[in-house]
Design a binder for this molecule. Structure first.
Ligand code: SF4
Length: 347
C-alpha cells in the first residue's frame, strides 16, 4: 500500500469572475521514504494541490471531488477537527516559503517549538525543551542551547527556514510537504537547505513532497517528478528519466529554460506566452495555446496519461497510438486518463 494515493483530485475556487479550476483531476502516488517533486510555473496549481492534501483550502475554494488516501485512510472524509488533531503536524507537516510570516515574531523560536512538541507528544516542559534543542541541532542551527531563546528576527533567513523545518519534524511526521521552501533565499543558502532536506529524509525516514517552479531544485532532492500545467499533471517520471528523456512539450520547454552555471544565453529558450486563466482554460489540451507542436486534435481532445510500461507517463496526444501525425506512439495505461482521446479516427 502506498503511503499516499491521490485520485482524480479536483479543487475549485468559486470567485465572482467564475470558477477557477485550480486543480482539475490529478492522480499520483507516493511510497514511504520517497521524495516527489511537483513542478510547474506560477498558476499551475501545485501549491493548491498540496494544501488540498492537508485540508488547508479556504473559502472561496474547496475540494470538489476525488480521493486522498493516506496510509489507506480517506482524508476527504475527515472533519476539520480530525484533520487538525490527527493529521496536520502528526502525520503530515508542511514547510512554507515565507518562514518569517509562519513564525510568530513575539515569541522565541524555542517557545514555539516547545509548544508544538508538547501539544502533539504530551512531553513535559523540560522534556520538550530538550527535544527542541536536539531538533535545532539536527537542522544545523549553531549553538542551539543559546539560540533556542532568541526571537525569529534574530535568525537569518536561512536559519528561520531551518527553524521551520525543525517545527515540521517536531512530531515525527511520515510526510513533509515543502512548498517552495527555498524560493525566498539566495542561492548559497538554498543549497544548504536542499542538503538539509536530503539529510533529514534519510535520518528521519520521512517522505517529502517538494513543490517548486524550478526543475534545477528538484534535481537535488527528488526521486520522482510530476510536472503540472494549469491544474493538470502532464508528465511523471523518475527524476533521471525525466531529465534524460522529457516527453511532454511543456516539460521540454521547462528544461530548455533552466539556467545552469555553464549555460550561455543562446542556449536558454524561455517558454513563449503566459499561462491562461483557470477560469476558462483552453479546450482540449490546456497547453495547446503555447505548444510549438500542437495539431488540430489538440483543441478537441483532452489528452489522457499514456505510459510505455515503465514508470514514465505523459498526457500528450503525440503519444496516442492513433495519432495521425508520424510520431512515436505509446500504449495507454489501462484505467488511467479519462478516455476522452477517443475522437481520433482510425483512417
Ligand atoms: S496534446 Fe497537442 S497541444 Fe498538448 S502538448 Fe501534446 S501536441 Fe502539444
Amino acid at each position: 500500500m502506498s503511503l499516499l494515493a491521490v485520485e482524480d483530485l479536483r479543487t475549485y475556487f468559486f470567485t465572482p469572475e467564475g470558477i477557477v479550476q485550480a486543480v482539475d483531476g490529478i492522480d499520483f502516488e507516493l511510497e514511504a521514504g520517497e521524495s516527489l517533486g511537483i513542478v510547474g510555473e506560477s498558476g499551475a496549481g501545485k501549491s493548491v494541490a498540496v494544501k488540498s492534501l492537508m485540508g488547508l483550502i479556504r473559502e472561496p475554494g474547496r475540494v470538489v471531488d476525488g480521493s486522498i488516501r493516506f496510509e489507506g485512510r480517506e482524508l476527504t472524509d475527515l472533519s476539520e477537527e480530525q484533520l487538525r488533531r490527527e493529521i496536520r503536524g502528526n502525520e503530515i507537516a508542511i514547510v512554507f516559503q515565507d518562514a518569517m510570516s509562519a513564525l510568530n515574531p513575539v515569541f522565541t523560536v524555542g517557545s514555539q517549538l516547545v509548544e508544538v512538541i508538547r501539544e502533539n507528544t504530551g512531553r513535559t516542559e523540560t522534556e520538550a525543551r530538550a527535544r527542541a534543542i536536539e531538533l535545532l541541532d539536527d537542522v544545523g542551527i549553531p549553538d542551539p542551547e543559546q539560540r533556542i531563546d532568541e526571537y525569529p528576527h534574530q535568525y537569518s533567513g536561512g536559519m528561520q527556514q531551518r527553524a521551520m523545518i525543525a517545527m515540521a519534524l517536531a512530531c515525527d511526521p511520515k510526510l513533509i510537504i515543502a512548498d517552495e521552501p527555498t524560493t525566498a533565499l539566495d542561492v548559497t543558502i538554498q543549497a544548504g537547505i536542499l542538503d538539509l532536506f536530503e539529510d533529514i529524509q534519510e535520518r528521519y525516514d520521512t517522505s517529502v513532497i517538494y513543490v517548486t517552479h524550478d526543475l534545477g531544485v528538484v534535481r537535488e532532492v527528488c526521486d520522482r517528478v510530476a510536472v503540472m500545467y494549469l491544474g493538470k499533471i502532464v508528465e511523471t517520471a523518475p527524476y533521471e528519466e525525466l531529465y534524460r528523456n522529457p516527453k511532454h512539450p511543456y516539460t521540454q520547454s521547462l528544461l530548455n529554460s533552466v539556467v545552469t552555471p555553464d549555460a550561455t544565453l543562446d542556449g536558454i529558450d524561455p517558454i513563449e506566452g503566459t499561462m491562461p486563466s483557470g477560469v476558462s482554460p483552453p479546450s482540449g489540451c490546456r497547453f495547446r495555446t503555447r505548444c510549438p507542436v500542437a495539431f488540430d486534435e489538440c483543441s478537441r481532445l483532452v489528452p489522457p496519461r499514456y505510459d510505455d510500461g515503465t514508470d514514465h507517463d505523459v498526457a500528450c496526444l503525440l503519444y496516442d497510438e492513433r495519432n495521425p501525425r508520424d510520431e512515436p506512439a505509446l500504449h495507454e495505461r489501462p484505467g488511467r486518463g479519462d478516455g476522452s482521446a477517443e475522437g481520433f479516427t482510425d483512417d
